[in-house]
Design a protein around this ligand. Sequence first.
Ligand code: BGC
Length: 755
Amino acid sequence: MERNIPELVKQLTLEEKAGLCSGADFWHTKAVERLGIPAMMVSDGPHGLRTQDMSQTDRDTSIKAVCFPTGCASAASFDPALLRREGTAIGREARAVGVGVVLGPAVNIKRSPLCGRNFEYYSEDPCLAGEMAAAFIDGVQSQGVGTSIKHFAANNQEYRRMSASSDMSERTLREIYLPAFEKAVKKSRPWTVMCSYNRINGVYASENERLLTGILRDEWGFDGFVMSDWGAVADRVKGVAAGLDLEMPGSGGVNDAKIVAAVQDGTLAEETLDRAVTRILNIVFRAADEAAAPCAALDLAGDHTIAAEMAKECAVLLQNKGALPLKKGSKVVYIGGFAAAPRFQGGGSSHINVVKADSALDAAERHGRHIHYVEGFPADRDQRDEKEFLAAVEAASDADTAVIFAGLPESFESEGCDRAHMRLPESQNNLIARVAAVQKNTVVVLHTGAPVECPWADDVASVLCMYLDGEGVGEAADALLWGDANPCGRLPETWPLRLEDTPCYLDYPGDGRTALYREGVFVGYRWYDARKMPVRWPFGHGLSYTGYVYREPQLSAPEMEQDGSVKVRVSVRNVGARAGREVVQLYVSDCTGTAGRPPKELRRFVKISLEPGEEKQVEFTLTPRDLSWYCEEIGDWYAAPGKYKILLGHSSRDIHATLELTYRSDKLLPLTVDENTTLGELLADPRTAAVIKEIMQRYGTALNGGNAGGEGVLSAEGSLQMMEGMPLRGLVNFGGLAAAQALPTLLDALKKAVE
Ligand code: BGC
């Protein structure tokens, strides 16, 4: 419906405008009845609805809804189409129950495996997280329901999340912690953004003008409204000025009064408040208009089936020494409490009130599998019962295959606190080790929201990671274990060998005031690759019951022009006997000699379905941004001219094809020329190379390094390095009096060259 929002804003009183900038309660914006402004309901999010049942007084009572695969699992699908389907289903449910905005997706980067909320987040890699988020937003919003991408930004720990300051370089922020938001905002235009609790370099996200206005709106073009995370507001007036429009859930009117006072005393411009109100009204009316159209009724049974189908696409087969798929008719024992009570979602604000989660035992019964079950250990705590333990070991030694359903109990991993360590409960590790000792066909099925140390990995045959795969997890585990479905998930994060190997081990979670991001851009595989460290399972890894070969990798041109693009193509063939789905991953490696770049970075990926023997060609388009890093000196993305490698493969450590690309560009970084500029810098820069060579010729061998080489102590390489490191000041001294006297003239000539 056409509405004149600027006119409405004029008719609102100052008090009404301030009031509209905070929630009416935990889940609603305010209505202004006299002007026909409706309230709008919001709901968690992100992998299913946690919508308050308004007929109940207890605000923790949610309606029944479907739990789809959580962020850690859905990202493991490496399939934007799946995220779109998930978003569509959640958007449909939201429409059916009158929700205007779903509070998700949650896209914070997994800096440490210990973050209690990693199960809600997508990845350690910003490219993967961004693509997943964009697809999810497209899905939800296709149903006429908005999203709130969260938590903006750099909220990577739960410890003191409401006060800690995530302190990092601008480059780290731009390359690692912002791009998932950037991609989703530019590509899918979420209706709203939720700012995070924490501070960034000392400034609260909720009053961070550079983030909420400078970057989000001015640079990326965001046109919706920003809401606070629940209770994230520190100084409300500063927040409005910075670009925080809606405070949730509200402050009982205290902050509204502060806004009114600030406008009255001139501290806050009324136009700034009007802008916030306008942005909120735009979305509130958009939601109301969408809600006026007819929609489908809630179909929990139908959505359960969809959730189970999705769950199969998200599980990752981490290891398989032939024990999977299970052989029909063989003697199989299921061990572990998670077989009967799988963990399929995480604790906290995303917790969904499901009708029923499916267990592997339920599914086995449904499919008429003949299996024996021994609990062995409980799913909800670390407890060893001697009788159960021994019964499990005995049953395992007696079977053809033992499948252990293990994982993290809910109390080990949840919103609000970080994990203290990366281990499974001791009772589980002990039992897995004992079973593996008596049964070579031991399979471990994991239910965790983040990596765990797997000290028994080399002793068991197979490992299947279900992550927290939503309420259809039992059906999915059954289908994958018995070969009715072919695993096709990939790790959206590195599984390190041990906690001590992780990039921020020394700094995580910090002292509660400051979280120092000293590892910089070296997060996840960027770190393990740079340090050439062994890992348990690398980023992008995941096995299948079939096999793939990569053929005919090619570039549309060997060179990319500045502001141009190239296409990368490769054919992939399914060389096994089963249909499967392969994820083709494209990484870029900078070989220009630029210091401080990770060895490789994921820039594109695609998931394709292949019948046995079938071959398909995939094509990616790369642009200069894909070669770039964020240069603080120029405040922009920058790619040095020179050589890059394009790596195509099955995982970050299983590269099947390498292509060489030359980037042509005349954009060079500024070079400061003064008497401390080194010979190396001057020789490396095409603008100064010729000038300095000529100067060296003019002033003879001393300047050419003959002197340093003549000392007989340094190797040729050493003397070259020494010469290259020499500043102009030192260099002219070697050249004798004439050269020293000529320094001002030399400097002039070099400065002109870089102008
Ligand atoms: C969480 C948000 C959530 C909100 C509402 C906060 O504590 O951080 O992710 O959307 O609560 O439940």
